[in-house]
Design a binder for this molecule. Structure first.
Ligand code: FE
Length: 344
């Protein structure tokens, strides 16, 4: 078996491949690592046939939808997954065939309704159902401590004790454990009593994950993340460096119009000399009245260089094909010591 564990922060993704056929499956990929997975697959000489999420993640952004599209591979999730982009849905006991590998799905609701563990030869990918020295939380949408108890004690922990456990998270840099070691040492598994387990899970009092709403919005409903929108815009526009713009404004080479897309107060507090003020919120509606030449060379700027990237992408869509974004914002411009003009 070809096996790679890819850790990103506390998230763990897995690439499993068949030596003979070079077919592979990617489990729980994370949004920021897309190029890394694709690069790793080609380095290993494997073809990713399936992209699988063990459950709807609430704490990070799944890369499944984008990778599925990129690789023409179905996104595999549990039957109960709400994700509209899941192209193959598994029931308890269903098996995926990847070359000579056999992967069996165990439906293990509790952390979420759609949680499943994936059993492959000597190992099980437990998602957030079972972690090393812990379990997934049950206080987020569709979580259910009683269901988690039944999934653990009635199903997962009945696997042979030597089965290797690979979870979707580990924040302490550990790579894996075994079913036997978890039964012996995991503090959450020391009581098998259902009511006690439920009471313990209900009193964990955990903070909400940082990107809860955005992660659920994108992982459950197939929406875009802000980082994705920015990355897509950045891939479609050229940029101009601070020093390049500074060298050009006020010179013959500077046939550029600097568009400051921040709000009025920020613009008045200090802007790049000669900049025209056109807030991002009014861009589409007012740009035609403010600029008469669609061939003009436009430079968008904002406070940090993000909104201006979106603005330049919008301008290009509108037909201003020479729109570029400032690499960095007015904040970086001022900090670099370049001239700032204030409203009189
Ligand atoms: Fe999770």
């Amino acid at each position: 078996m070809i096996f790679e564990q890819i850790a990103t922060g506390g998230c763990q993704s897995y690439l499993l491949g068949c030596e003979a056929s070079r077919a592979a499956i990617l489990i729980d990929p994370e949004q920021s690592q897309i190029d890394r997975y694709v690069g790793l697959a080609s380095q290993l000489g494997v073809h990713i046939r399936y992209v699988l999420d063990t459950h709807t993640h609430a704490d990070h952004f799944s890369a499944s939808r984008e990778l599925g599209r990129l690789l023409h591979a179905p996104v595999v999730m549990n039957r109960l997954s709400p994700a509209p982009y899941a192209g193959m849905r598994l029931d308890d006991g269903d098996m995926l065939i990847v070359g000579e590998l056999r992967l069996r799905a165990l439906h293990t609701p509790g952390h979420t309704r759609d949680s499943m563990c994936i059993l492959a030869a000597d190992r099980v990918f437990t998602g957030d159902t079972l972690l090393i020295g812990g379990t997934g939380r049950t206080d987020l949408p569709t979580g259910d401590p009683a269901a988690l108890h039944d999934s653990l004690f009635g199903k997962l922990l009945k696997l042979p004790p030597e089965t290797l456990v690979y979870p979707a998270h580990d924040y302490k840099g550990r790579s894996h454990s075994t079913i036997g070691a978890e039964i012996a040492e995991n503090p959450r598994l020391q009581t098998t009593d259902r009511d006690e387990f439920v009471a313990m899970m209900q009193h964990l009092d955990l903070a909400a994950p940082t990107h809860l709403t955005e992660a659920l919005r994108t992982n459950m409903n197939g929406g875009r993340t802000v980082a994705q929108l920015l990355a897509e815009a950045a891939a479609r526009v050229p940029f101009i460096a601070l020093e390049e713009l500074n060298a050009r404004i006020g010179t013959l080479a500077g046939d550029m119009i600097v568009l400051d897309v921040r709000e009025k107060e920020a613009f008045e507090a200090g802007h790049i000399p000669g900049a025209v003020h056109l807030p991002r919120g009014q861009l589409e509606l007012r740009v035609n009245a403010m600029l008469c030449d669609p061939t003009a060379r436009l430079v968008t700027c904002c406070e940090f260089g993000k909104i201006s990237t979106l603005a330049a992408a919008t301008l290009r869509e509108l037909g201003f094909l020479r729109a570029v974004a400032l690499d960095g914002g007015v904040k970086a411009w001022a900090e670099a010591g370049y001239p700032v003009e204030r409203q009189a």
